[in-house]
Design a protein around this ligand. Structure first.
Ligand code: NAD
Ligand code: WQD
Length: 346
């Protein structure tokens, strides 16, 4: 192994991938990014360079193209892979299931194949709390049963975990699957963040775009849930904390500290926040009144979920450090920067 382990980051110009690339470079890993730029921008590489003082290698590759992917593995000797590349819009996946199954699953299969051929046997996978559906007991632990997914997108995560579990059981790979709760916020420099192409669906970009006047007003999807204030509850986690969890997972694999060849960790804060609490916190911190209406429930929404994070804490040595205020303030800083000078181009 090199003195500096070399890590392939797929989907590395995307929201979570770019923050993780920053964390990896700052932790001393050599970092190679691939992305087809279907939901991100090449300028992100410049931003990562500005933040870290190191320019990661970048290759524009569509992972559905196995030949191009193999060429990347021939150019670099990877010690491990972090696999972010996927399509992630839940409602789009309902309209275009084949696109989602093809993109997310073929990319994964091609990646595993390339790993086999080039003797890279360590992989961190981007999974999601969506695999738990609406759990009967809260908080959810990693042993909470996985449920039938509500969307083709969710199903790609469930199936991907099954594929990875089977491949690791056949001694082909060592895998850590990180089940993210609700990532939000942005890098504290304001240089990288979430860049939803088209109308956002996730709460935080909906809020910041409303505050910026891009969205005239937004809907709160339901205030008659069985929760203290009637709105849905989620476990929002700061993107920089989430990025650090990847570094910890990677270090565990590289040091061969994993207890089994397929491990799962919840990555959240362990605290549930309601939609109304989020709105109130944003208004308190920024002084901006958010125009919104209360509408009916959004189809497919679960009522409430938050993570038991004790496994990540005890086994991975990782715990979220940043607060809800940090998530809101960095997301707002990022949004203001975007509104003032949009510099991304395809
Ligand atoms: P993102 O869209 O910002 O990043 C994904 C990146 O993958 C994009 O840059 C996109 O261009 C790239 N990509 C997609 N298909 C590709 C392909 N075939 N070949 C090459 N590149 C491809 O999304 P994100 O929020 O950073 O999510 C990263 C991962 O985390 C995804 O797997 C997503 O499903 C998972 N995840 C995200 C969330 C969330 O709320 N953001 C929650 C749980 C899990
Ligand atoms: C959060 C809360 C909404 C927008 C999604 C995916 C999940 C995972 C994370 C990838 C909910 C409410 C939202 C709005 C609102 N992604 N809301 N008005 O639904 O928990 O999860 O992202 O794996 O798979 O489904 O996140 O940010 O969309 O919603 O009231 O305009 O905000 O009803 O209660 P969600 P979200």
């Amino acid at each position: 192994m090199n003195s500096k382990p070399c890590i392939l980051v797929t989907g590395g110009t995307g929201f979570i991938g770019s923050h993780t690339a920053v964390a990896l470079l700052q932790a001393g890993f050599e970092t190679v990014i691939i992305d087809n730029l279907s939901n991100s921008y090449h300028e992100v590489i410049d931003r990562i360079d500005t933040i870290t003082g190191t320019r990661p290698a970048f290759h524009r590759v569509d992972m559905r193209d196995d030949q191009s992917l193999n060429e990347i593995f021939s150019l670099h000797q990877f010690d491990a892979v972090i696999h972010f590349a996927a399509l992630k819009a839940v409602s789009d996946s309902v309209d275009q299931p084949l696109l989602y199954y093809h993109n997310n699953l073929v990319s994964l299969l091609n990646l595993i194949n390339a790993c086999m051929q080039h003797k890279t046997d360590k992989l961190v996978f981007s999974s999601s709390c969506t695999v738990y559906g609406q759990p009967e007991q809260l908080p959810v632990t990693e042993n909470t049963p996985v449920q039938k997914p509500h969307s083709p997108y969710g199903n790609t995560k469930k199936i991907s975990e099954e594929i990875l579990r089977d491949c690791s059981a056949a001694s082909l790979l060592n895998v850590i699957s990180l089940r993210y709760f609700n990532p939000c916020g942005a890098h504290d420099t304001g240089l990288i963040g979430e860049f939803p192409i088209g109308k956002p669906n996730n709460l935080m970009p909906v809020i910041t775009q409303t505050a910026a006047g891009i969205i005239p007003q937004f809907e709160i999807f339901g205030n008659n849930y069985n929760t203290p204030d009637g709105s849905c509850i989620r476990d929002y986690i700061h993107i920089s904390d989430l990025a650090d969890a990847h570094v910890k997972a990677l270090e565990r694999l590289i040091r061969k500290q994993n207890d089994s060849c397929f491990e799962v960790f919840n990555v959240g804060t362990g605290t549930g926040i309601s939609v109304l609490e989020m709105v109130n916190a944003f208004e308190r911190l920024t002084g901006i009144k958010l125009k919104h209406t209360i509408s009916g429930r959004r189809a497919g929404d679960i009522e409430q979920i938050w993570a038991d994070t004790s496994k990540a804490e005890n086994v991975l040595g990782w715990k979220a450090k940043l607060t809800l205020d940090d998530m809101i303030l960095t997301a707002w800083k990022w949004q203001q920067q975007l509104t003032q000078k949009t510099v991304y181009t395809k």
